[in-house]
Design a protein around this ligand. Structure first.
Ligand SMILES: C[S@@+](CC[C@H](N)C(=O)[O-])C[C@H]1O[C@@H](n2cnc3c(N)ncnc32)[C@H](O)[C@@H]1O
Length: 360
């Protein structure tokens, strides 16, 4: 399995057929973007492991307490979080951004006996008064009056209180819509190395600066974007925007006279409540910095192709090839995915697992 990666444009034949687009024209503008890590290390798991994991996870997911998790994770990322966590088998799981507690529940399914620390402004208990929510018995909540932002926690003290001495045995999960560069630096400063980012938004989309946006660079194979309005890329992007809600066209990627980075030239933070303009020089430096601390960068593939899931939001051309590829309905059915309602497949945003360490 590739360690890294944005795989731009693994266009499924069925998608092309279904949508009646010119195959040659689209494949010519295909991009393969590979985020670089320090030593080119990879993850241990394979597509076969992911498939076996899917088969095991579907029945677990069917027992979830929060059936409709609007504004929270859908199936793809729930599976990704469960799979990665279960593979890494941490002694402690930390989550930032719990909402009603669905992701806490997923972490608990992955590791039934490990401690969880959850940082979230509103305690999930509050949601219980109005409807389904999940509160974990073996979780320390920094929520409500006790809420602390991840960057303000005295991690040395908290970890000591939880009996954790080996930080490589901790997984930190971010679903708090904060600038991911900020979170990455805070995590490194505290000594954490296994990080999962839920919303790893593509350039031009999302409410916070993401690792994928940072890595979207001309010097990385397949990265960057062209602002040539009569070019192939502009044409393909405008076609794809008609089909996929989250696809972006050149108008959203290019300002007057220059390429935009992040979202319309802004490094967004805190659900887009604060944002700063970002120059190309700064954006470029951010990418070099991220590369210098990355040991592994692995984007979760979508669980299945769009002809199977009927999702219409993310552009499959901007995602890795799905675990169950288009056309493989038998496999889609046998791993149990056909039992799930279509809406659970609409939340994919390139969840990423990174292993990081200080520069060397
Ligand atoms: C998208 S929701 C999380 C969804 C949840 N992980 C799930 O799977 O259902 C984002 C959450 O981040 C919380 N949040 C906002 N600012 C935060 C911060 N600084 N630190 C941690 N959580 C924050 C929000 O209150 C909200 O509960």
């Amino acid at each position: 399995m590739r360690a890294v990666g944005h795989l731009f444009v693994a266009l499924a034949a069925s998608e092309i057929g279904r949508r009646g687009l010119g195959v040659r024209r689209l494949i010519r503008s295909a991009r393969l973007m590979a985020t670089r890590s320090k030593h080119g290390k990879t993850v241990d798991w394979t597509t076969k492991d992911l498939l076996l994991g899917l088969e095991e996870f579907v029945p677990i997911y069917e027992t979830r307490p929060i059936k409709n998790n609007m504004y929270g994770m859908g199936f793809d990322h729930s599976f990704g979080l469960w799979f990665i966590t279960r593979w890494l088998k941490p002694d402690l799981m930390i989550e930032s951004g719990a909402f009603k507690g669905h992701s806490t529940w997923v972490l608990r399914q992955a590791m039934p006996n490990s401690r969880i620390i959850s940082l979230t402004p509103r305690h999930p208990m509050k949601y219980l008064k109005k409807g389904p929510a999940y509160v974990d018995e073996n979780c320390t909540y920094f929520a409500g009056n006790e809420f602390l932002d991840f960057g303000s926690v005295e991690w040395g003290t908290v970890l000591k209180n939880h009996g954790v001495t080996d930080l490589s045995r901790v997984v930190v999960f971010f679903d708090d819509h904060q600038n991911e560069l900020k979170r990455l630096k805070q995590a490194l400063k505290a000594g954490f190395s296994n990080l999962i980012f839920e919303d790893n938004y593509d350039t031009g989309t999302g409410d916070h600066y993401s690792l994928r946006q940072i890595c979207d660079q001309f010097y990385i194979q397949g990265g960057g974007h062209s602002c040539f309005e009569d070019g192939d890329e502009a044409r393909v992007r405008s076609v794809r925007k008609k089909y996929w809600e989250k696809a972006v066209d050149t108008l959203e990627l290019c300002g007057p006279g220059e390429s935009w980075w992040g979202v319309r030239g802004y490094m967004r933070d805190d659900f887009n409540l604060t944002n700063k303009p970002i120059s190309y020089t700064q954006h470029f430096q951010n990418s070099r910095y991220v590369e210098s601390v990355l040991d592994v960068y692995w984007e979760l593939p979508p669980v299945a192709g769009p002809s199977l899931t009927h999702q219409t939001r993310y552009d499959p051309a901007r995602a890795p090839s799905p675990i169950v590829e288009d056309g493989r309905f038998g496999l889609f059915q046998s791993v149990g995915l056909s039992r799930l309602e279509t809406s659970v497949f609409n939340g994919y945003t390139q969840m990423v697992y990174v292993k990081v360490s200080e520069k060397n």
